[in-house]
Design a protein around this ligand. Structure first.
Ligand code: G6Q
Length: 549
């Protein structure tokens, strides 16, 4: 097979040669050669400070990466996205999440139509609704005010809202309860409504297509639960709103489309949390703070579009990711927020990064001959330190880490915030510099244990700091990752905005469900494993229903 266009690029080959020389250079040597790199390998804007000096790069690496970006047409692709060109080629769609956070009055045209005006029209309706609910003037069917909000959605229609609610909980109305239902496993719904009074509960059904099995099943369950509790079909009118692009299906479900908040096909699911999909976020924190979050997103959009690549945060993060992935063979990235409110941030990023860049063919349909999207994972610090950090320090794989920390915690408790950040900083330092055998011996360690207690170091990480977790900072942080994913997708020449693997999942279960629910033993035509598993499941289920062990 001939090499791909990307690998044939002189800029790619120059990086390969460069990697052969610098690849094994220890961070200890890099710091020794350039003691100031901690002050120069940084970039700062939009309230975010990025230190990438503990990445295994030098000034040449960065220059070569920027040259690669130019050779891959990053500036042109970026402009194409901001201008609303149909860069999601396999779905023939524009990719305009940047329009969701554009300020009122700015124009972004799609086929001659200004979409920013549409965005602000929906934002205003959302704000009016949020004020009614939060202010207590939106009454439930029996006249009680709404105190509980249950958002139903999955994937892109859930992970963003859950993450944002958790992240901004400190800013939320503590007199209201927010819960989220995504899984088709009935437990998710039953636990979410446990203890709630239906008369005070509002359901937001979030689904771009309004055809997703999990969401519609849960929405039906919610409808039945509400009608049963309030003993009136008409209760649906005051207890259900929808967020969707599909008015027809919303109406079919029985939600009045005047209670529907729309968005558009140019918003990808995983890029939709600041559209009406974020209605639960707005209900929790209020329209003003929601606007602050949008402003944070927008500030990062402006930074990304206009800042030279040397200082461009998403470009730097994206290119460093390419370097680690393709030239240092790191197959995963750990995201480690030292901020408990960001506990769902790694899960959110998993979808953003892996659904976007988990692709094996280029835009032209040619198989790639290089690694694309790495595996993202993580947990808040310090918890992870007591479990998987062991592998990051001493395992056989390189796991580049993104440490995220804040100058101020939102819940000051004695010295605990300093303790938290001391841990973050110490981890990055230990990963980079390790501990040599001689240092271990000097501590008086028995010879038999020296190898075990030695840390080779040279494990790359970046550290992102901000003053504190505010709605604005959260918006900027998310946009930082969004655009760094975009940068990588452009380098790899893939469509970062489709998700055929997810679509497959939506199809696959359809045949099997009929076989599981058939009254008589179905004729099965799968492989022998699947056939037998289907039969075994039917037996287990029927035995359990009959009360047999
Ligand atoms: C996101 C994906 C996927 C999607 C869900 C829910 O980018 O497309 O996660 O968001 O499958 O889809 P609906 O919003 O259409 O229910």
């Amino acid at each position: 097979m001939s090499q791909s266009r990307l690998r044939r690029l002189p800029q790619w080959q120059a990086l390969q040669q460069h990697a052969a020389s610098i690849g094994e250079t220890h961070l200890r040597e890099l710091f020794a050669a350039d003691p100031q790199r901690g002050e120069t390998f940084i970039a700062e804007d939009v309230g975010l400070y990025l230190d990438y000096s503990k990445q295994r790069v030098d000034a040449d690496t960065l220059r070569l990466l920027r040259e690669l970006a130019a050779a891959c047409g990053l500036p042109q692709h970026t402009e194409a996205m901001f201008r609303g060109e149909r860069i999601n080629r396999t779905e023939d769609r524009a990719v305009l999440h940047v329009a969701l956070r554009a300020p009122a009055g700015e124009r972004i045209e799609l086929d001659g139509h200004d979409v920013v005006a549409d965005v602000h029209e929906v934002l205003e309706r959302m704000a009016a609704f949020a004020e009614q609910v939060r202010g207590g003037s939106w009454l439930g069917h029996t006249g009680k005010r709404i105190r509980n909000v249950v958002s139903i959605g999955i994937g892109g229609s859930d992970l963003g809202p859950v993450m944002a609610y958790e992240a901004l909980r400190d800013y939320s109305d503590r007199d209201m309860t927010f819960r989220f239902v995504s899984n088709v496993d009935g437990t998710d719904f039953v636990e979410a409504v446990h203890g709630l009074d239906a008369a005070e509960t509002l359901f937001i059904v979030c689904s771009k297509t309004f055809t997703t099995l999990e969401t519609l099943s849960n929405a039906q369950a919610a409808r039945a639960w509400c009608i049963r509790a309030l003993a009136d079909e008409k209760a649906v009118a005051k207890h259900f709103v929808a967020v969707s692009t599909n008015a027809g299906e919303v109406a079919k479900f029985g939600i009045d489309t005047s209670h529907m908040f729309g968005f558009w096909d140019w918003v990808g699911g995983r890029y939709s949390m600041e559209s009406a999909i974020g209605l639960s976020t707005m209900l929790a924190i209020g329209p003003d703070r929601f606007a602050e979050m949008l402003a944070g997103f927008h500030a990062m959009d402006v930074h990304f579009r206009h800042t030279p690549y040397e200082r461009n945060l998403p470009v730097l993060m994206g290119l460093l990711g390419v370097w680690n992935n393709n030239f240092l063979d790191a197959a995963s990235v750990a995201v480690l927020p030292y901020e408990q409110y960001l506990k769902r941030f790694p899960a959110y990023l998993q979808q953003l990064t892996m659904e976007s860049n988990g692709k094996r063919v280029t835009l032209d349909g040619a198989a790639v001959d290089y690694a694309t999207g790495p595996i993202y994972w993580g947990e808040p610090g310090t918890n992870g330190q007591h479990s998987f950090y062991q592998l990051i320090h001493q395992g056989t794989r390189i796991v580049p880490c993104d440490f995220i920390g804040f100058g101020q915690g939102l819940n000051p408790l004695g010295q605990q915030h300093d303790l938290l950040i001391a841990n973050l900083l110490a981890q990055g330092e230990a990963l980079a510099f390790g501990k040599t055998a001689d240092e271990v011996r000097a501590e008086g360690t028995a010879e038999a244990l020296v190898a075990h207690r030695t840390f080779e170091g040279n494990r790359p990480s970046s550290t992102i700091l901000a003053h504190k977790l505010t709605p604005h900072v959260l918006g900027a942080l998310i946009a930082l990752y969004e655009h760094s994913v975009f940068v990588q997708g452009v380098i790899w020449g893939i469509d970062s905005f489709d998700q055929w693997g997810v679509e497959l999942g939506k199809q696959l279960a359809k045949t099997t469900i009929a076989e599981l629910t058939a009254k008589d033993e179905p004729v099965l035509a799968h492989d022998s494993s699947t056939n037998r598993l289907i039969r075994r499941y039917r037996q287990l289920r029927d035995a359990a229903a009959a009360g047999k062990p």
